[in-house]
Design a binder for this molecule. Structure first.
Ligand code: NAD
Length: 367
């Protein structure tokens, strides 16, 4: 079996999760180089994780001209994703692209189409699709085990203090990041719609800026109408206490309900059948049968699951579970939420024209 050569572009907070994955998947992945203008920081991060002999470049284009790699991790501020991802794909490199795919629905669609035309894989950093049980639940929901689905909800209360936003100039800006919905909630919206096997057809929303001194929202709420008539309710915020992080998903059907996620960092699971009986163990057993204990360990570092899936997709020429299409549609949905808040009315999805996070500049009255 091939051992794929890997490069990382951007060695900040999330890159550490990628490095953890390379340590777990040593037999399939070999990190050979990284690029980050903050070279000393990159050196420190690599040393702390026990990586030796990895070349460090200050410029990713120099790195890509000098090295031959199979997979590139793009872990830079979100506003840089499009340009770097396009460069990698055009050089024939498969990528693991962090979320959100880009800051524009048009650019995301372009990346999706480029990856398809070049037959290069894009695995998205949509970590929630790699949590244990969710794949099995999706199949059961799709096959009608929970009956007609009425609605689903997500609460992403991912508290970050002002220090988080002050730690890098791009955070919380419309141009390079967006707020609690685009950054902290996009992969949760993706999971909810994926679990419900539905597409959003329209959305209404409200955004607020309550506690954090940023350009974008620290509280956002939206209601989506789905193509099967069900509704989805979305709450995303970073204005909660930083030590009480919560990401909860609930789906309700005529024959049962599913509620799962993380509450204060601990897993929470409540699956009920039509009689209201808890059937968690049925699903835990199914997951053990399908993926063994290893699939539960991905909950500790979902990026390991994403890389294992990407390697499998390259080996077998299939699509990753969180593929380029998921990246594009998620960005389109999130931009729909922003547009609906800006226009103060319901917006149809998919968006018919280009919209970018920069179109939200000045929404809260700041430049
Ligand atoms: N999937 C997840 O769970 C998850 C979690 C956190 C962040 N993210 C995403 O990952 C991305 C990075 O977030 P972060 O929190 O690690 O940011 P960060 O600011 O901590 O790190 C970004 C790094 O990129 C480097 N960089 C900037 N410009 C560069 C360039 N031109 N070439 C190479 N390196 C460059 C910076 O020096 C920095 O080290 C964002 O898109 C964010 O939304 C995803």
């Amino acid at each position: 079996m091939n051992r794929y050569k890997v490069a990382v572009i951007g060695c900040g907070r999330v890159a550490e999760k990628h490095l953890k994955a390379y340590s777990k998947l040593k037999d399939r992945l070999e990190l050979i180089c990284v690029a980050d203008p903050a070279m000393d920081h990159a050196k420190k991060v690599l040393a702390e994780r026990g990586f030796t002999g990895v070349k460090i470049y200050s410029d990713y284009e120099d790195m890509l001209s000098n090295e031959t790699v199979d997979i590139c991790a793009i872990t830079v501020p979100s506003g840089l994703h499009y340009k770097i991802a396009t460069t990698c794909l055009n050089k024939g490199i498969n990528i693991l692209l962090e979320k959100p795919m880009t800051m524009s629905n048009k650019e995301s669609k372009e990346l999706y189409e480029l990856s398809k035309s070049l037959n290069k894989k894009i695995a998205m950093g949509h970590i929630y699709r790699y949590f244990p049980l969710v794949g099995i639940l999706r199949e059961d929901i799709k096959n009608g085990a929970f009956g007609k689905i009425t609605h689903g909800t997500i609460c992403v209360r991912w508290g970050h203090g002002q220090d988080y936003y002050d730690s890098a100039a791009w955070r919380g800006t419309w141009k390079s990041d967006g707020g609690a919905l685009m950054n902290q909630s996009i992969h949760a919206v993706d999971l909810l719609l994926w679990l419900m096997d539905s597409k959003a057809v329209s959305v209404t929303s409200k955004l607020a800026q309550r506690l954090r001194d940023i350009e974008a929202e620290d509280v956002g709420m939206a209601i989506m109408e789905l193509d099967n008539g069900a509704l989805a309710m979305i709450e995303g915020t970073t204005a909660t206490l930083p030590d009480g992080k919560e990401a909860m998903f609930s789906i309700f059907g005529e024959k049962g309900s599913v509620s799962l996620g993380l509450k204060r960092g601990k897993p929470s699971l409540d699956i009920r059948n039509a009689k209201g009986k808890k059937i968690n163990f049925r699903y835990i057993r199914k997951q053990l049968g399908k993926g063994g204990f290893k699939s539960f360990s991905y909950a500790l570092n979902p990026h390991t699951g994403i890389y294992a899936d990407l390697v499998n997709a390259i080996d077998n020429d299939t699509q990753p579970v969180a593929d380029a299409y998921a990246g594009y549609t998620s960005v389109d949905n999130l931009l729909g939420i922003y547009k609906a808040a800006k226009e103060g009315c319901s917006v149809s999805l998919p968006l018919s024209e280009e919209f970018t996070t920069e179109d939200m500049t000045g929404f809260f009255g700041k430049k």
